[in-house]
Design a protein around this ligand. Sequence first.
Ligand SMILES: Nc1ncnc2c1ncn2[C@@H]1O[C@H](COP(=O)(O)OP(=O)(O)OP(=O)(O)O)[C@@H](O)[C@H]1O
Ligand SMILES: [Mg+2]
Length: 391
Amino acid sequence: MDKIKVLLIEKTSDDKQIVTDTLAKVDYIDLVGEVTTTEEANYYIGEKYPNVVILGTSLDFDRHEFTEYLAKEYPEIAVVLVENQLLEDTMYKAIFVGAKDVIISPFTSSKLVDSIYRSYELVKDKDVIHRDTGSTRRRKSLNGNVVTVFSTKGGVGKTFVSTNLAIALSKEKDKRVCLVDLDLDFGNTVLALNLVPRFTIMDIVDDIRNIDQDIIESYLIPHESGIKVLPANAKPQINEFITAEHIEIILKALRGAFDYVIVDMPARFYEPVNPAFQFADVLLMITTPEISTLRNIKASILTLQELNFPKNKIKVVLNRADSSSQIKNKDVESTLGQSLYSVIDADYKLAVLSLNSGTPIVISKPRSSVSRGFTALAKKISKDFEGNGHS
Ligand SMILES: Nc1ncnc2c1ncn2[C@@H]1O[C@H](COP(=O)(O)OP(=O)(O)OP(=O)(O)O)[C@@H](O)[C@H]1O
Ligand SMILES: [Mg+2]
């Protein structure tokens, strides 16, 4: 394990003595500096990259202001504030400005080590993120296309289409493709792709003030196909903290980093995910050949028009198409009043196999008619949307 690097900012000797004595005895913690001013602190941070900064009680500057500055500029550093007494107000204020822990002076060695260790645990993944990004920084902004995959009908294949299409698009001239699961409460792209999510959208929301087109990539989960995935959170109850502002920042950052951003949507209109409509270059409206679905889709196309969503961006994809179905393609077109942009055949056997193995059909059965449908859809999208001021 790498040593935890600690910077101490403090003037009085009592606390200082405990810190130096204690840390001299702990071999997995390194005291990289002892300073008394913000200028010195900034210098040490730039030179020594501490993981934890301890802010003592006897300092001549506004400690909360400096904590807030550190939390914003260096989210990979944990600030531990030392306080003279334990008051609810002090704790609240410390956490509000972004401190990771508060310890009360005078403190024992074990309390100090415990606090350093726990605070470091809270930021250590961010350290990897912000360090990793250093080398890949300042990639040219791509201004990619946002493809929003939507339907107000559940279970019609939004996730099936978005995962397979994302991979098919990435094969088109080696495009950089990212898949975002905005089905915040029930998202299952990780299952469809057999991924273990190290980060989810919630980690990005926690770090939202630092998110840009470079940083965001470190939060994405790479899939073997080459696409990058932003999974939904597995605990839906915390999604109430995700707002449309967050999603807007996330989509803008992703658009800057990828040629295509494919968005898998929930089966309803829902305020926080509005930016996925606002930023869509194309809205793939997924339908299946059943009367109830077609009625539902027709109503949601009307709703989109009432919301002033540009009609020419709505492209209907008929999924689970079956030549033996009573409802023919032309019936779908006449019911919805628009021609079909793409048709994906039904193949229940392959769909079940693909779901069970977590391998999308375009990978496991590239020559199947379903995969050919996705390749054709990918080609059509790249033909229609590249060179349109995007990509
Ligand atoms: N072309 C197809 N042929 C056969 N089965 C399909 C096809 N497309 C999707 N399915 C199956 O239909 C089911 C629903 O698909 P999927 O989860 O992609 O729908 P969804 O619209 O994302 O659902 P939700 O609204 O719950 O998010 C899955 O079991 C999937 O494997
Ligand atoms: Mg889905």
